[in-house]
Write a protein that binds this ligand. Structure first.
Ligand code: ZN
Length: 208
């Protein structure tokens, strides 16, 4: 019994240590910032049509909302031309990978006939998640412009720092918080509306 207890205690201690390390290493909000400062990449390098393209990404997000999906939109631009458009469609497609960025990357890769999208800029209304940031690296996207930070799942600046990781052989020039309040409002209004509908439904259930 004593041996069992001490094994349990060791296990608990190991789990706590692992959790503490993970916490410090992966979720420290300044980890990504530190990497970027080390690389000297913290420069605000907006290009003249960035706002116009971000507005097109916002239009995709609004269209996703009309489809009942969490409203996130993305656009891939190469040489000033839109090559791919994406809106979140995980429900409609029954596809957990159908995030706006992935949909836009697939369309752009198919349009240029190459899975590498050299010289491309990806505009996304929300900070990409780990899956999308990984796909951005795989596609060799040159620039990523995103709107609102995602405190929960953002894997570019909020957590992980994937687009600036020195163990990957491709780095992406990142600029966040482009038209941030508009991008945030699209998603927040969707969840506000959803909460309202849910509470009205539960009120009806209670009164009925
Ligand atoms: Zn994603």
């Amino acid at each position: 019994m004593a041996r069992c207890d001490s094994a349990l205690a060791r296990n608990k201690f190991a789990n706590e240590c692992a959790a503490a390390v993970r916490e410090r290493f992966l979720t420290s909000p300044d980890r990504a910032a530190k990497i970027r400062i080390c690389l000297g990449e913290r420069i605000l390098d907006m290009e003249p049509r960035d706002e116009e393209f971000m507005r097109q990404a916002i239009a995709e997000a609004v269209a996703a909302r009309e489809d009942g999906e969490v409203p996130i939109g993305a656009i891939v631009v190469i040489d000033g031309e839109v090559k791919g458009r994406g809106r979140n469609q995980v429900i409609r497609s029954s596809d957990p990978t159908a995030h706006a960025e992935i949909v836009a990357l697939r369309e752009a890769a198919s349009a240029v006939g190459n899975y590498r999208l050299a010289g491309a800029t990806l505009y996304s209304t929300i900070e990409p998640c780990a899956m999308c940031a990984g796909a951005i690296i795989q596609a060799r996207i040159e620039r990523l412009m995103y709107g609102a930070q995602d405190e929960k799942a953002g894997a570019v600046d909020t957590h992980f720092g994937i687009c600036a990781a020195d163990f990957l052989n491709h780095r992406v020039r990142v600029e966040g918080r482009i038209l941030e309040s508009e991008c945030r409002e699209v998603i927040q209004s969707f969840f506000r509306e959803k909460r309202k509908t849910n509470s009205q439904q539960s009120e009806r259930c209670e009164s009925g």
